[in-house]
Write a protein that binds this ligand. Structure first.
Ligand SMILES: [Zn+2]
Length: 129
């Protein structure tokens, strides 16, 4: 048996108004289960992919060779590798040449010449022009 929400009087099942206080009510308004909460937001977040269209100018093979052959010759080996993105190799060459007080300079310079003669791509795999 329903009860009036206003006065607590018992209500007949087919009545739409309280006979005691006259408050209207909807006999069918049971607390409805919300279906809105069932609609799961299933949208997949947009893939934040790195755009391959970012225009990065190609590196210069000539500059790479000059850096290796000339700058390496005057005491800064490895700069060509830093330029081409081979940071680890570049730092190894530069640090080894300096820490060894020049003892390793000749082998490092030979290593440098071999690199500038053979390496044609930067660390991203792009051909140096
Ligand atoms: Zn009532």
């Amino acid at each position: 048996m329903n009860q009036c929400a206003q006065c607590g009087a018992e209500l007949s099942p087919d009545s739409t108004r309280c006979e005691q206080c006259g408050a209207g009510f909807d006999p069918w308004s049971a607390p409805a289960a919300s279906t809105a909460s069932d609609r799961a937001v299933s949208g997949i977040a947009p893939m934040l992919s790195r755009s391959p269209a970012v225009a990065v100018p190609l590196k210069s093979q000539t500059l790479y060779i000059v850096l290796g052959a000339i700058i390496g010759l005057i005491g800064f080996p490895g700069i060509h590798n830093l330029y081409a993105g081979y940071t680890r190799n570049g730092l190894v060459q530069l640090i080894c040449a300096w820490v060894s007080c020049g003892v390793l300079w000749i082998p490092i310079y030979i290593w440098t010449i071999v690199e500038v003669c053979t390496v044609t791509h930067d660390s991203d795999g792009r051909l140096m022009m």
